[in-house]
Design a protein around this ligand. Structure first.
Ligand code: ADP
Length: 216
């Protein structure tokens, strides 16, 4: 099973650590701040009050053996960059680093972060999208251009077959599955009729999806 280490238990780091634990993973949490460590001591597998930048700290915790290490230091940009460099030097395979702005993100990438996340920016985008589209339930970005979305079936397609709805031709999107009463209809056929309360799992280019998810 994958083992995670989270460095920095601010709002982002602690929420991430909690979620991983809830999903059944082991999490080592590191923070210099005593209050943050105390808050999370009962939640995570190990909570260590230490400065990740101090000589020997990361090595003594065996950080190299973790599958994924998340640098969740936001405000202190310098520390976030230095910790990322140290982790890659030690030989951690996957370093995920949180960026507070575009420039910070670029530097993190340059120094070797494998994945750079922008929680504030991404959440802003998500909320904006959610506010303007009534249908969308969830979205997974597969690449910068393609996504997988889960959405309520637009009203005008109810009672129609997938063939009649002609989504691929008219909207350039593909229905991979339909969730109906908690069950999945995988790879639905052309004669499948769309019913009220059906949830569509749709794949496509972001631009096409955007048009599709706001149709009424
Ligand atoms: P957020 O915006 O997610 O709340 P913050 O930047 O406020 O993130 O929190 C970052 C956390 O990282 C703080 O709790 C801070 O104590 C911790 N931190 C900062 N630098 C280090 C370091 N060198 N080693 C360990 N923890 C650190």
């Amino acid at each position: 099973m994958k083992q995670f280490a989270v460095i920095g238990l601010g709002r982002f780091g602690s929420s991430l650590a909690r979620t991983l634990i809830r999903m059944g993973y082991e999490v080592l949490a590191i923070d210099t701040n005593e209050a943050n460590i105390n808050n999370m001591a009962d939640v995570v597998t190990h909570a260590v009050q230490a400065n990740a930048l101090e000589d020997g700290v990361l090595k003594s915790l065996g950080i190299r053996n973790f599958d994924v290490v998340i640098v969740a230091i936001g405000q202190d940009i310098q520390s976030s960059i230095l910790v990322t460099v140290m982790l890659k030097e030690i030989g951690v395979k996957k370093v995920v680093a949180k960026a507070t702005n575009e420039l910070h993100g670029k530097v993190l990438e340059r120094v070797g972060a494998d994945i750079v996340v922008f929680p504030e920016r991404d959440m802003g985008e998500r909320v904006a999208r959610w506010l303007v589209s009534r249908n969308i339930i969830d979205q997974i970005n597969l690449s910068p251009d393609y996504s997988l979305i889960e959405m309520a079936t637009p009203e005008k397609f109810l009672g129609k077959t997938l063939q009649e709805a002609d989504l691929r031709k008219k909207y350039g999107v593909t229905v991979l599955a339909i969730r109906r009463n908690g069950e999945f209809i995988i790879s639905p056929g052309a004669r499948q009729v769309l019913e009220k309360n059906d949830i569509l799992i749709v794949i496509g280019q972001n631009e096409k999806l955007k048009l599709f998810e706001t149709t009424d």
